[in-house]
Every structure is written in C-alpha cells, then in structure tokens.
Design a protein around this ligand. Structure first.
Ligand SMILES: [Zn+2]
Length: 213
C-alpha cells in the first residue's frame, strides 16, 4: 500500500505509521495504554512496567523502518500500537519543558522569522521540535536548565513517541505544526541557538513588543 497523505492527529495509528514512512520518517510500534476508555495498564501486561506505553513491543525489532509492508503487518497485528522514532540519522529532537502557551512559541518563531519546522505537543508543558540532525543533536548535549524552563536535545537513540500516540494519562500527542517531510526540517544548530536565546532572555515568559496586541 502506497500513501502520500501527511500524518495527522486523528488518523488510525496504522495509517499514521504509513504516512510517516512515506514522508521519510522510519517508525516502530510501541506498547499502548489499556483499556482503551480508562487506561490503567501498559499493554505489555507487566503491572510494574517501568516505561508504560512508551517501549517497543516485546518480540518485535527495536529498529524503526520505512518498509510499508512491514509496517502494515505490525499494525494489522497491533492496531492500537503507539508509534515512535529512534532514528537520529533522519530526525533530531529538541525538547522544551516550559509552561508556556504553545501558541506563544509559534508566534515568537514567526516574529523572529526563524525557519520553522514540525512541533509536537508531547504533554502539558512539554514541546518537541523536529530538526535536521547535526552536531548539536548528535554530540553530547547536557540539558540547559533555566528558570522555569529546560531545553535539551534528546540523545541519539532516544525513543520519541509521535502523534497520534497516547500516554497513560489518556492524552493523545498532537501536532502544533505539521510535519511535511523529513527533508524539510530546520537545521538543528541555529534553531537550538535561537531557542536558547529565548530561554536566556526570558522571551518565553514575556511577550515580545513585536507580539503585543
Ligand atoms: Zn510496558
């Protein structure tokens, strides 16, 4: 099955997996919250699961793939499976933890005319920017804490859930800015530098005069 549709927040997980692959993003299936209505357990059935609903499915490979037939088989067998990337060759992830309204970040990026890219609303106070990997995301990169904010590049190999995966809270990850294609991501280094500047100058806390209404 060939698909050219873009990944969305509302499509079935299996279709989303195919949509990511067709946009140059290899994915892999992960366990998911059960039961569907009021999640209480990780689908791995281990009541003490250390990483509920965000670890690869037992017995399957931990390798993400572009292979559409393989992805179809996986999600046919596990239609509720969350989906994730671990790939650092194609995609880097910069994470911002800050209780800022996501719309404010988007307005800031626009006001400063920064090359914008896909942005995931990963949880309350947790935004994830997808970027083109370079030394900023591939090298050692300790978290950069600042007052009220943490900015970090996720280390290579980190498993990152993608929309429309669900967390144990029942929250479903969503796109604040949609993914177009893996070849259309902003370069990591200047993007990280700009976000670091926003954190350091408090721009995340106080709307810039350019943004005042
Ligand atoms: Zn589990």
């Amino acid at each position: 099955m060939v698909t050219t549709e873009a990944p969305t927040d509302t499509q079935p997980l299996g279709r989303a997996a195919l949509a990511y692959a067709s946009r140059g993003i290899p994915v892999l299936p992960c366990h998911w919250p059960t039961p569907q209505e009021f999640p209480q357990f990780c689908s791995c059935t281990d009541l003490d699961c250390p990483d509920p609903a965000r670890h690869p499915i037992d017995g399957l490979t931990a390798e993400a793939t572009h292979d559409l037939s393989q992805l179809s088989r996986w999600w046919l067998a596990h239609p509720s499976a969350n989906l994730a990337i671990t790939d650092t060759e194609h995609v880097g992830v910069i994470e911002l933890r800050h209780f800022i309204r996501p719309e404010h970040v988007i307005r800031l990026l626009k006001a400063y005319e920064i090359e914008r890219g896909p942005l995931i609303n990963a949880a309350l106070g947790r935004l994830q920017f997808l970027v083109r990997p370079d030394h900023a995301t591939l090298g050692p990169n300790p978290p950069r804490p600042a007052e009220g904010a943490t900015l970090t590049t996720l280390p290579p190999g980190t498993l990152v859930l993608l929309p429309p995966s669900r967390l144990m809270s029942g929250y479903r990850l969503g796109w604040l800015r949609r993914l177009y294609h893996a070849t259309h991501l902003p370069a990591a280094t200047p993007f990280l530098a700009q976000l670091t500047d926003f954190v350091a100058t408090g721009a995340l806390d106080d709307p810039h005069p350019l943004l005042a209404r």
